[in-house]
Design a protein around this ligand. Structure first.
Ligand SMILES: [Zn+2]
Length: 324
């Protein structure tokens, strides 16, 4: 973990805290953060934004000058109402923005979560990353939010936590600095600033293992699971009467889609879309029709309702604490 990575993550958090997570190329590439910025560009969590046609004149620093043309890779020609023809550095007209969706995916990768289980709550502001099992079967719900210092954002996330009934067990990752101001709707929660839990990386946010509670499920040593869907998402397997059944990726995706669906009932097309399947003739029963074991998994956890042509998840009693 280099100092540059530390600086880059701090810079990244500052950008995420802006109303629009964008920055001018001049400030980014030629300022004090130039080295950190270079790493963010290299990791592609920062990408090119629009080129500006009007910029503050570099000569007088007051007037707004029009960009006449790019003179070279590093220089542009400008026309200032006061100074006339002037030259300036090209980064002056460049902008960079945070690749928000890509960054959220990198967080999911860092936590070992699937995209299927993620839900944007407020576009570009609040995300529910997923729910995992921690110790003793207690589900933990993970959120990521920008701009939590703003009371209305904190309140919106608090509302969502109420809706999700996750107040007793949630972790909130944020680009904001903590502690949150007194009176914030989130003061009593486990809020973790990104730069204290890990580092920005290209495809994966690299969580520090020693400072991060293990986000994955923990199988209890003392008990063999009976019949449960608990390990589908993170380990790609189910248990039926204590026996372990491994799922292939499609089978896993089908079960995750039904688990995540609000009433655990879906039509064939919705499941197919959710799984990202390209198969010509897709159906859940076909996906499980490989051998006796997979057929048993299907019969145990999925029922096809002929009347309305929908597939319904059969939730085992063991899972009623986290899935209903
Ligand atoms: Zn000027």
């Amino acid at each position: 973990m280099s100092q540059t990575q530390v600086d880059a993550t701090a810079l990244f958090c500052r950008l995420l805290e802006r109303a629009k997570p964008e920055i001018n190329g001049q400030a980014l590439r030629l300022g004090a953060d130039a080295v950190a910025a270079k790493l963010l560009l290299h990791e592609r969590v920062l990408v090119h934004g629009a080129l500006l046609d009007w910029v503050t004149c570099p000569e007088c620093g007051v007037q707004t000058a029009r960009v006449v043309q790019d003179k070279s890779k590093e220089t542009i020609a400008l026309l200032c109402p006061e100074c006339g023809d002037v030259e300036g550095p090209r980064p002056l007209r460049e902008t960079y923005k945070v690749a928000l969706q890509k960054f959220v995916v990198s967080l999911l990768n860092g936590l070992g979560f699937s995209l299927n289980g993620m839900k944007p709550i407020v576009p570009d502001l609040i995300w529910r990353l997923g729910t995992t099992e921690a110790k003793r079967g207690k589900a933990v719900t993970w959120y990521f939010a920008r701009r939590l210092l703003r009371p209305e954002v904190a309140s919106r996330l608090r509302e969502q936590i109420n809706l999700d009934q996750s107040a007793q067990s949630c972790v909130i990752l944020t680009s904001s600095e903590t502690p949150l101001p007194a009176g914030s709707a989130l003061t009593e929660f486990d809020v973790r600033p990104l730069f204290t839990v890990g580092r920005v990386g290209q495809n994966t946010f690299e969580f520090f293992q020693n400072r991060q509670a293990d986000p994955g499920p923990q199988i209890l040593d003392e008990a063999v699971p009976g019949t449960t869907l608990r390990y589908v998402r993170d380990q790609g397997k189910v248990f039926i009467e204590g026996a372990e059944y491994l799922l292939d990726p499609t089978q896993k995706n089908i079960l995750v889609a039904l688990i995540d669906d609000h009433d655990h009932e879906m039509g064939n097309d919705a499941i197919k879309t959710s799984c990202g399947s390209q198969a010509q003739r897709f159906s859940p029963s076909k996906a499980f029709d490989k051998n006796e074991a997979t057929q048993r998994v299907y019969r145990t956890f999925v029922i096809f309702q002929r009347g309305d042509e929908r597939y319904r998840l059969i939730i085992p009693e063991n899972d009623h604490d986290w899935l209903r």
